[in-house]
Structures are given as structure tokens and as C-alpha cells.
Design a protein around this ligand. Structure first.
Ligand SMILES: Nc1ncnc2c1ncn2[C@@H]1O[C@H](COP(=O)(O)OP(=O)(O)OP(=O)(O)O)[C@@H](O)[C@H]1O
Length: 322
């Protein structure tokens, strides 16, 4: 019989620190909750979301409308405050941060790109002035601002647009300049909410290419919320959000022979919960409860139906007869 731990043992276990969840990750969301209250009604936009993003990673976040993607991005950018849980970006704790620190965090640690091109740039400033502005807030010298803004515009292929105002630029050019604005203060993290949502397919691919270049060249951790399947296909990890929780992940890698392999994963949270993809449960008409079996190298999940059980027993029998 196993020994019942005494009080001293329980205290020792409680104070014993294992590696912290997400240690080394650049973005850590642990059981993140955001509840909105309006007119006495509560909307649970995030209900215990877990997410880890490594330094330098570029990931896409996908999910149905209303699943909580924008809420998550608003929290990570310091614009919104979570109700409970942990949200850490580049070491900054977004739950406990005071408003002064929050402002500094938003100006210096994160860059944000919105879907609406008009929301990213000030209409009365030129492209160059738009890129210089965040550096001005951060107290950089006029000369330094000018040199860096010119360099960034050049790198993003819009150097020739420096003197133009947003109304004189195409949607794609505006989004490239928005990327330059977002990275002007060398943030640790870039967050983009549907950055290609208003663009045609070719321009969208160009703008996403620019984001990817920034990620590769500066190692900026980048999170892109998108409905664009083409964008989601081009990242190594796509995280699916369903009902305010991370539900599934698709990981992609290039094999030595050049083929791109993609594999679907379900997220396993720390209590052992897994959300099966809706397509899987629908295909096998799984409802209410499933039958589980631990095998030597996997876990089997079956619909709770007598015929499914009989099929499995038949297969087991055939295997043992072989
Ligand atoms: N300020 C708010 N007040 C009340 N409810 C809100 C607020 N912001 C978002 N919500 C609700 O929270 C839930 C998640 O919204 P959110 O905008 O994060 O979803 P989304 O996945 O970004 O959707 P979309 O793809 O349509 O932009 C929705 O039910 C939404 O109505």
C-alpha cells in the first residue's frame, strides 16, 4: 500500500519548484481567461487558453469568428487586461503590470499591425514620418530616427514611398509601411491581426513575405491572426482556437527531398485534457463519451457504440491469431 504523505512532506512538495510552465518561451499564456461584462451579461471570450511561443517563432492563429483571436492579441499587446490566468510577453507580466509600465511595454516591447490599413498609419503624416513617430516617443534622436526609418522602408521595398501620405499609397504599400512602424523600436514581439485581410491574393502573399523576412532577419517573435489559408500554409505552426481555448495545432516541416509535411496535433493541457477536432468527432459520430485504451505507443479513442466495440474486439482477435 502506498504511504500517506505527512504534513511536512506535503509542505515540501508544495514549495518545491519544478521548472516554471513556459520557461524560456517568449509568449506564455497559462489558463488565460477574459470575461467581458456589458449590460449585466457576461461573455467569456477566453476560457482557460494555453499557448507557448518560442523566441523567434512565427506562428499563425486561426479559428472561427468569435473564437477569441482578437481578444488574445489585444491582451498580448497590452491593450486589454485579462480577467485571470497568466499572460507573459518577453518576461513582462500582463496581468499585474501598472499603467505606466503598460504604456512603455506597448511602445517598446510589441509592434502591432491591424487589418484596416487606415488604422495603422496617421493620414496626415508621410510614410517616413509615420515610421519615425514611435521612435520619437521612445526618445531617439532625430538623426537616428531618420536613418532607421529610411533603412526599414528600403528593406520592406517601399523606400520610394517615403515622402507620400497614406492616401497616395496602395493597400499593400500601406501594410508594408505599417510593418516598418511596428518594428521601428525593435520590439521583441510583432502581433498582426488579419494583416492581409483587406488585400488581394497576390498583394497578401507579398505583405506576408515582408513579415516573414522581418521575422527571419531580426528574429522577432511573430504571431499572425489570419483567415487566409495561404498564409496559414506558409508558417511552420498554426494554432487553432475554438471557444476561447487552443484546440489543435498543425506543424509543418520541409523534408530533405523538399516535400512539405504537415501533421495535425491536439493540444494536451496540464491536466491531461485534449479537445478532439470537430471533423474527427463528426466523422465517427462521437458524442458524450468515448472509449479509451492505452496501447504501448498510443492511446486509442473509439465512439461509445456496441458495433464499434465489436469491430475492435474482432480486430484484436485477428491480431492475436496471426
Ligand atoms: N469589448 C467587448 N465586449 C463584449 N464582448 C466582447 C468584446 N470584445 C469581444 N467580445 C466577445 O468575445 C468573443 C470573442 O471575440 P473576438 O473578437 O476575440 O473573436 P475573434 O475570434 O477575433 O472573431 P473575428 O474573427 O470575427 O474577429 C465574442 O463572443 C465577442 O462577441
Amino acid at each position: 500500500m502506498s504511504r500517506v504523505p505527512d504534513l511536512a512532506e506535503l509542505e515540501r512538495r508544495a514549495t518545491e519548484r519544478g521548472p516554471a510552465f513556459g520557461e524560456g518561451a517568449h509568449i506564455v499564456c497559462d489558463n488565460l481567461v477574459r470575461i467581458y461584462k456589458s449590460d449585466g451579461i457576461e461573455v467569456v471570450a477566453l476560457q482557460g487558453l494555453d499557448l507557448l511561443v518560442d523566441p523567434g517563432e512565427l506562428i499563425a492563429i486561426v479559428g472561427a469568428s468569435g473564437s477569441g483571436k482578437s481578444t488574445l492579441l489585444n491582451i498580448l499587446s497590452g491593450l486589454d487586461v485579462p480577467t485571470a490566468g497568466v499572460a507573459r510577453v518577453a518576461g513582462a507580466d500582463l496581468l499585474t503590470m501598472a499603467s505606466k509600465e503598460r504604456l512603455k511595454f506597448r511602445r517598446e516591447q510589441v509592434g502591432f499591425i491591424w487589418q484596416q490599413t487606415s488604422r495603422n498609419l496617421l493620414p496626415y503624416l508621410t510614410a517616413m514620418q509615420n515610421v519615425e513617430l514611435p521612435m520619437r516617443f521612445a526618445g531617439r534622436s532625430r538623426r537616428e530616427r531618420h536613418i532607421r526609418a529610411a533603412e526599414l522602408l528600403g528593406m520592406l521595398g517601399v523606400g520610394d514611398c517615403a515622402g507620400r501620405r497614406p492616401a497616395e499609397l496602395s493597400g499593400g504599400q500601406q501594410q508594408r509601411i505599417a510593418i516598418a512602424v511596428a518594428i521601428a523600436n525593435e520590439p521583441h514581439v510583432v502581433l498582426a491581426d488579419e494583416p492581409t485581410g483587406e488585400l488581394d491574393t497576390v498583394t497578401a502573399a507579398d505583405v506576408f513575405g515582408a513579415l516573414r523576412r522581418v521575422n527571419q532577419e531580426f528574429g522577432t517573435t511573430t504571431v499572425v491572426v489570419t483567415h487566409d489559408a495561404q498564409v496559414a500554409e506558409r508558417v511552420d505552426r498554426t494554432v487553432g482556437i475554438r471557444d476561447g481555448r487552443t484546440s489543435s495545432e498543425v506543424r509543418r516541416r520541409d523534408e530533405a527531398d523538399g516535400t512539405r509535411v504537415s501533421e495535425e496535433y491536439a493540444v494536451l493541457d496540464r491536466t491531461g485534457r485534449v479537445q478532439l477536432p470537430r471533423g474527427f468527432t463528426q466523422a465517427l459520430d462521437m458524442k458524450d463519451r468515448v472509449r479509451l485504451a492505452l496501447e504501448s505507443d498510443h492511446v486509442g479513442v473509439w465512439p461509445d457504440r456496441p458495433e464499434a466495440r465489436r469491430d475492435q474486439e474482432r480486430r484484436d482477435q485477428e491480431e492475436s491469431d496471426e
